[in-house]
Design a protein around this ligand. Sequence first.
Ligand code: GLP
Length: 241
Amino acid sequence: MKLIEAKDYEEMSAKAAEYLANKIHTSKKITLGLATGGTPEGTYRNLIEDYMQNDTSYRHVTTFNLDEYVGLAGDHPNSYRYFMNKKLFDHIDIQKSNTYVPRGNARDIKQECLDYEKLLEDKSGIDLQLLGIGSNGHIGFNEPGTPFDSKTHVVELTPSTREANARYFSSLEQVPTKAISMGIATIMKAREILLLVSGEKKSEALAQLLEGDITEKNPVSVLKKHLNVTIIADHAALAAK
Ligand code: GLP
């Protein structure tokens, strides 16, 4: 794993956007795996700026998001589809039909998981997966204990993850209890992974990744088995190292 240090959140976001924009520029066709949450927001802001300043085109880009809340339609302000549209897709020239997010309101959620996994394979997989982590080491919505061989699946969210994400909702009760998430094996199939880590709250999880064992108790530790991982972490996140 390659570690790039950044001073703070802003510098991490700028470096991540530069990394992504460079890949987008230099490829004829590329499939990106995308993440939601506070961590990648700044990266998306920088990508929009880069799009406006440097005419970076996204006509050749396909995207697959990691996860979505079960029960929320794509136009629900708390859905991850909505987040992606507002924070990135609405501002760049990507074809919306080339952007995929699991459908949280699908009638048959289990079938939606199978379909999403199949679609990913049909589209030849992910070239570069952008990842954040939860403070308990989760990736996507794969909570501690998730088997490393898991594919896209329905996940029961832990109380701590629901609490961490409650800041986006009007109350904790509003936070869905389930989500659809790419599995750990799905994430590991990406040809390259870019992990972003910012802030003190993530420092323990990052230290566990850098120094701890590879164990299903700490989902992010699986990245040690991947051959092409770059971590961009800020000083606060690296404090516990
Ligand atoms: C959610 C998402 C993850 C994300 C994590 C951390 O649980 N499903 O993909 O990495 O939150 O979020 P944040 O970046 O807001 O700390």
